[in-house]
Design a protein around this ligand. Structure first.
Ligand SMILES: Cc1cc2nc3c(=O)[nH]c(=O)nc-3n(C[C@H](O)[C@H](O)[C@H](O)COP(=O)(O)OP(=O)(O)OC[C@H]3O[C@@H](n4cnc5c(N)ncnc54)[C@H](O)[C@@H]3O)c2cc1C
Length: 434
């Protein structure tokens, strides 16, 4: 499967409001670096910056434009948790030693993002106002309490909220309690991606756009990456392509299923109403399987979204469904207009954990954000840079795992996200009426 060369980002709120992209060129001719990174999103760009700090010469090859993948299309919520796995699940899966390291990595991941933004001075409307996960049913209040307790036990700055407090924080009576982490928040993600590319370029990274890597093979003791307009030679390669992984490395794409996530942004909310809806401007994503989420952008639009089983007619359907949902949570929104609708792909793994792979001699990848990957991409970028700089894989936070492809991938990739959405909707309805 080949990625199309479509440098233009889809029309989205972020494409409309982000800072301009730095001037970047496509590859021409032949270049030699220590490390070639495939993918110009948060993972690739943060790996590039960390690798430069370790003294490597680095090139980033992006098939389209910076932030063209999930990094330029997401909701911009900076969340220091995995989407479906809690600290106890992490220890059960990876054991105490790696488990504790992974928990610490996830716990500190939002601060890593905001710290990077501050130290590089990236103008990306960053608001470290906290992240809140409200409970959508009485039954889920127990889950919120357990999550809050578990993360507190691992040193995270979290808080549990009862029903009255969550109503006050959100300006909504639709939730039954919840919890939150003060280090979270939100950004304009495309500005962040472009700011990282600019910083990487200034740090001496060769950042190339409209440069798809079409093939890679060993040539002597180096990898030769072939693109339509030239070649890059590198002794180490990082694949940071996540949900937009193509067939550059055989099988990698078949270790995940991709699910479409839709984003919708309202017209700016009038100040009089805005003051009663999430007055603290936190990022919010609830406990539903079919996630309910929202945050403000710099112009006070509510940026929210949803999922659709079918992509044909999805936009009209989502305008209605997501609009109804938002009005039910916030009846004070007497009128609602969506000015922007767009979508992007999420990379889901079978075990809902992110995977780190060594694919070949000096070739590394991480894949599987499972819907929550902005903060994680920064932490994983740092992990991959450490591998590329020669750190002992046993010292890393995430253990390397073998590449396990999904059988009948084409069928599973089509059916699984639809079945999952259907079962999430059923479970959400059941819990609400329980
Ligand atoms: C709609 C949506 C909403 C989301 N909301 C949130 C959120 O609010 N909070 C959160 O934590 N997470 C969210 N996520 C997840 C998060 O956006 C991703 O986990 C994260 O951006 C992944 O970054 P990345 O750099 O790994 O991959 P990407 O940003 O997808 O970058 C991969 C890049 O690789 C390039 N590429 C692929 N193959 C090649 C090749 N052969 N040669 C050159 N380039 C190639 C692609 O063009 C692409 O630009 C959301 C995702 C989506 C899609």
């Amino acid at each position: 499967m080949r990625l199309p060369i479509d440098p233009n980002l889809p029309a989205s709120l972020w494409a409309e409001t982000a800072i301009p992209a730095p001037r970047l060129d496509r590859l021409e001719g032949r270049r030699e670096v220590d490390l070639a990174i495939i993918g110009g999103g948060f993972s690739g760009l943060s790996a590039a910056l960390f690798a430069r700090d370790r003294g490597l010469s680095v090139a980033v090859l992006e098939a389209n434009d910076i932030g063209w993948g999930a990094s330029g299309r997401n909701n911009g919520q900076i969340i220091p948790t995995l989407s479906k796995k809690d600290p106890a699940d992490i220890i059960a899966r990876f054991g105490t030693d790696h488990g504790e390291r992974i928990i610490a990595m996830v716990r500190d991941s939002a601060e890593l993002v905001f710290g990077t933004i501050r130290s590089l001075g990236i103008p990306c409307d960053a608001e470290q106002t906290g992240w809140i996960q409200p409970a959508h049913s009485p039954g889920r209040v127990g889950l919120a309490r357990r999550r809050s307790d578990a993360w507190a036990a691992h040193g995270a700055p979290v808080e549990f909220y009862d029903r009255a407090r969550i109503a006050e924080l959100l300006g909504s009576k639709a939730y039954f309690g919840g919890w939150g982490n003060r280090t979270g928040g939100h950004v304009n993600p495309l500005s962040l991606a472009r700011g990282l590319a600019d910083a990487a370029q200034r740090a001496g990274v060769l950042v190339l756009t409209r440069t798809p890597a079409r093939a890679m093979q060993m040539n002597g003791d180096r990898w030769e990456l072939t693109t339509p307009s030239g070649r890059v030679m590198a002794s180490r390669v990082i694949l940071a392509t996540n949900a937009y992984t193509d067939d550059l490395w055989p099988g990698l794409r078949k270790t995940i299923v991709t699910a479409n996530s839709w984003q919708l942004a309202t017209a700016p909310i009038a100040d009089s109403v805005r003051a009663s809806i999430v007055p603290g401007r936190q990022a919010v994503s609830d406990t539903r399987g079919e996630l309910g989420f929202f945050r403000y952008d710099a112009a006070n639009r509510l940026v929210t979204g949803g999922a659709s089983t079918w992509q044909i007619g999805a936009e009209a359907n989502l305008r209605e469904r997501v609009g109804d949902r938002l009005m039910a949570w916030f009846p004070q929104l007497s009128r609602l207009r969506f000015d922007f609708v767009w979508s992007g792909k999420l990379a889901m793994t079978r075990d809902f954990f992110p995977h780190v792979h060594q694919l070949g001699d000096g070739v590394y990848a991480w894949i599987g954000c499972n819907g929550r990957g902005v903060a994680l991409s920064f932490a994983m970028g740092r992990e991959l840079a450490r591998l590329a700089a020669g750190d002992d894989p046993r010292e890393l936070t995430m253990p390397l795992t073998p590449l396990n492809t999904i059988k009948l991938h084409g069928i599973v990739n089509f059916v699984a996200p639809r079945l999952a959405l259907w079962s999430y909707r059923r479970a959400d309805r059941r819990e609400i009426s329980a």
